[in-house]
Design a protein around this ligand. Structure first.
Ligand SMILES: [Zn+2]
Ligand SMILES: [Zn+2]
Length: 450
């Protein structure tokens, strides 16, 4: 969750009536708005469906021949004043969430070298690869590029890719017209992109911090259903997926997930006097804003019976462990080394999954001939003979086979088999139903049938 709650936005949120300002547009699969999804009965229903899926989950029988490593790309730690988390904290979260690869995306600051002043290599079983969020890209060069000053976008891409560096288009919603032919891939899901178009939801959350009814409800919801709360605004980012489908018809293009975790959605509400609360936003540079009852009448009820300085509420929406479980990129590789992971990403041997819904580990999408795996997601293969595309998931779901951006086949199953006769860019989406809503769960990378 990225509620950029600065002093300015608090003032803005509190100066207008915040409920029902806009009619939110419901995304694919949705029945409820993000605000509705935060109601106790909705959270509980999603929680129960997650528990059911966890019980039904079975190992996938279709083997890809690779290990399935859970990776997080686009992760922030001690890289900006608006970031709250540190690298040791991120490592701890990764171990708890079962994430084996962390690809950092530091905000670039001139005094620091995001390659040489960062973490690289294995730490307590977690592989770190340093990188940056820079000039519209997630950049993972092999060596420092600090002293270089590429003058054009093309030159910059060349500098990052030199000797095997990786580069992905980032925050694609701002760059749907940028070319991708020189890139390894693009973010097909970014958590921040998903939240930032939900103005009504963000204002509702901000307003809840000084609402005597909603604040205790939110505190209780976060304590009891933390993952459902952070997952409440999860959507299918149609415009970004459409760009991926378009561009992938011209060149191979690896879809990755951007976690965009910062551990910076931590808020406190403290009593000051019988008319005032202080709302704190905790990052590496904490900010506080005082709000009085003459501006927001609910404040009087919030502070009633509280001593000056008494903490009324503390809400930590996004500890790393929780963010890391929310979305990740599963990488299919033979070993947990930087070289092997970089290769796998270049080759599209990866899929994106919202593992908070259900652990997707073991998901397979392969091309088979004569019962043998001839290609896995990301690979190219020639049409001909008895070529079959097969997908398998750990639980029954809605499986969609997509060719060149068009839905070709949809079925409720945990296995899909399709005889390929026509060249095209084939990929799989798996959707799960929770609380009566269809939610995107897995996005495979394409198999390119030539
Ligand atoms: Zn940031
Ligand atoms: Zn970021």
């Amino acid at each position: 969750m990225n509620l950029k709650l600065t002093t300015i936005t608090i003032a803005f949120a509190l100066s207008i009536s915040i409920y029902g300002q806009t009619t939110p547009r419901l995304g694919p699969g949705r029945k409820y708005t993000s605000i509705e999804r935060l109601k106790k009965e909705r959270l509980e229903a999603v929680h129960n469906d997650r528990a059911r899926l966890a019980r039904e989950r079975k190992a996938v029988s279709l083997a890809t021949g690779y290990n399935d490593y859970r990776a997080v790309l686009h992760a922030h730690a001690q890289d900006a004043t608006h970031t709250g988390g540190s690298r040791p904290e991120l490592l701890d979260g990764a171990k708890r969430a079962g994430v084996q690869i962390v690809m950092l995306s530091d905000h670039v600051r001139p005094e620091r070298d995001f390659i040489n002043d960062s973490w690289r290599g294995l730490r307590e079983g977690v592989l770190f690869i340093p990188g940056a969020e820079d000039r519209g890209f997630l950049s993972f060069p092999m060596n420092s590029i600090k002293a270089l000053a590429p003058s054009s976008r093309e030159e910059y891409i060349g500098v990052v890719r030199r000797d095997g560096g990786n580069i992905f288009l980032c925050h694609v919603e701002e760059r749907t017209d940028w070319p991708t032919n020189q890139l390894d891939g693009l973010e097909i899901y970014n958590h921040h992109s998903d939240v930032k178009n939900e103005a009504a939801f963000q204002l509702w959350l901000q307003g809840s911090l000084t609402d005597p009814v909603r604040l205790p409800e939110l505190v209780a919801a976060l304590a009891e259903y933390p993952e459902e709360v952070i997952g409440a605004q999860q959507d299918y980012l149609s415009d970004i997926i459409a760009k991926w489908d378009r561009d992938a018809q011209h060149h191979r293009l690896t879809g990755v997930a951007a976690n965009d975790c910062h551990h910076n959605q931590v808020f406190t509400v403290t009593a000051i006097d019988e008319n005032t609360v202080e709302v704190g936003y905790i990052t590496s540079k904490p900010t506080t804003t005082r709000i009085t009852a003459d501006k927001v009448p609910g404040v009087a009820a919030l502070v009633r019976g509280k001593k000056p300085g008494e903490l009324i509420a503390r809400l930590d929406f996004d500890p790393y462990e929780r963010s890391l479980r929310y979305v990740s990129t599963h990488i299919l590789a033979h070993e947990l080394t930087e070289a092997s992971i970089r290769d796998a990403l270049r080759n599209g041997h990866a899929y994106v999954a919202h593992d908070w819904l259900c652990d997707s580990t073991g998901f397979a999408f392969v091309a088979l001939a004569g019962g043998k795996v001839k290609a896995i997601m990301g690979d190219e293969i020639k049409v001909g003979g008895a070529l079959k595309l097969s997908a398998a998931t750990p639980v029954k779901c809605t499986l969609k086979l997509i060719r060149n951006g068009e839905e070709l086949q949809t079925l409720a199953a945990k296995r899909l088999d399709f005889e390929v006769k026509t060249p095209g860019v084939y990929r799989i989406e798996a959707w799960l139903e929770l609380d009566g809503e269809k939610r995107p769960w897995i996005y495979s990378n394409p198999i390119y049938v030539r």
